[in-house]
Design a protein around this ligand. Structure first.
Ligand code: NAD
Length: 382
């Protein structure tokens, strides 16, 4: 089978779905691999590196997509006047990409019409067997790391305690809201930089994980269980939300940096940090809203922008993994390669919906959306 990899077409996207290391593995596994010229340039992989890994360079993206048996991408296929990959996809092409179907159900409908068999890597079940294929984890970890660096670069103070001839400065206080993959990486990064770190989450089992990276846990006893299964959280009841707000008021006010990462069902961001909480922080404090892609955890967040709120800077970055294209591409590439290899035999990918991993992340097939939650999200828009 022929695997095709195109250049990601958004101006803000600097990652590539497959790096040369993975091309060589897939060629060894019996596939042929073709890459659009320049696709890996921002990720530190030039055309020569792909050729050395036995891939073929293609200059015409349309011919590349039309000839693909498997199309590997970071983002959903483009659908713009300048470049409409979706019109080039032939029926039964297997697509493996981070489609974010619950955020983009209408795009999934258009994708279904092509007849593609589309798998979304962000819907891969969070199981031990699927761990090596989990692009959501790889990318969230980058966001957590980079979020702390953004805060450190903007903060008008040191993060660590420092003693010098001029005396001692005390460490900054970093508070993380939501402590799954991104949050735990943010805590570990802030800790390594010497900050005093605290975190909260609504799933009580996370307390131990927070403490394991050297952070202090703060939380409230919830009236209603907030676990939605599979390690995901559900929305809090109005009473629990109020009790959480009461707890957060003091914690946010005393922090120099607040990093928010909370998501419901891994997709949408609950509003947790109020305007009042932001204004209670000392001028010069920083908030990084890492849930901006899902709408943001802060009432005042403007996704993709930084706003100044009476001296507190609220940064709401979008697609942070794209700002670290080399390692983000390497990890994404290893994840999708693992996915393809797991279900292949001698260069042929087998669609097997009896397999729980494929069943969990298959979004479109036979010109239909087959992913139940995506169908529900689409109906909710009607
Ligand atoms: P996520 O992005 O869905 O959510 C981030 C965190 O926000 C979660 O811990 C959630 O409990 C928390 N949250 C939601 N609402 C909140 C609120 N109001 N206040 C405070 N915190 C709130 O999380 P994720 O990184 O996608 O991970 C989801 C789950 O999957 C976790 O349990 C994680 O351990 C698990 N996981 C498992 C595997 C695996 O086994 N292969 C891999 C990665 C993640």
């Amino acid at each position: 089978m022929k695997i095709a990899v195109v250049r990601e077409s958004h101006a803000w996207e600097r990652r590539v779905a497959l790096v040369p290391e993975s091309c060589a593995k897939l060629v060894q596994a019996g596939f042929s691999v073709a890459i659009e010229s320049g696709a890996g340039a921002d990720a530190g992989a030039d055309d020569e590196a792909y050729v050395a890994a036995d891939a073929v360079i293609e200059t015409d993206p349309r011919a590349l997509v039309e000839s693909a048996d498997i199309l590997l991408k970071i983002n959903p296929p483009s659908n713009t006047r300048e470049r409409s990959e979706i019109d080039w996809i032939k029926p039964s092409t297997v697509i493996v990409a981070s489609l974010m179907p619950l955020r983009h159900p209408r795009e999934m409908k258009a994708l279904a019409k092509t007849g593609a068999i589309a798998f979304s890597t962000d819907a891969i079940p969070r199981t031990t067997r699927a761990q090596a294929m989990d692009t959501l984890s790889s990318m969230s970890s980058i966001s957590g790391y980079k979020g702390v660096l953004l805060a450190a670069a903007e903060l008008p103070r040191y993060l660590p305690m420092l003693s010098s001839a001029a005396g001692t400065v005390f460490p900054a206080r970093v508070f993380v809201i939501g402590a799954a993959v991104a949050g735990l990486q943010a805590l570990a990064t802030a800790k390594r930089l010497g900050a005093t770190v605290t975190a909260t989450d609504v799933r009580p089992e996370v307390k131990e994980q927070i403490e394991s990276v050297g952070a202090r846990y703060v939380g409230i006893e919830l009236e209603e269980d907030a676990s939605a299964g599979g390690g995901y959280a559900k929305e809090l009841s109005e009473e629990d939300r109020q009790r959480q707000r009461d707890m957060l008021v003091d914690e946010v006010a005393r922090s120099d940096v607040v990093i928010t990462t909370a998501l419901i069902g891994g997709v949408f961001a609950p509003k947790i940090v109020t305007s009042e909480m932001v204004r209670s922080m000392r001028p010069g404090s920083i908030i990084v809203d890492l849930a901006a892609d899902g709408g943001g955890n802060c009432e005042d967040a403007v996704p993709g922008e930084t706003v100044d709120l009476e001296g507190v800077r609220l940064i709401a970055p979008l697609n942070l993994p794209a700002t670290m294209p080399e390692h983000a591409s390497l990890l994404f590439s290893r994840n999708v390669t693992h996915f393809v290899e797991t279900f292949s035999d001698e260069g042929t990918f087998e669609v097997d919906t009896q397999d729980e991993i494929q069943a969990g992340c298959l979004i479109t097939r036979d010109r239909e959306i087959v992913h139940e939650r995506t169908r529900e999200a689409l109906h909710a828009l009607d």
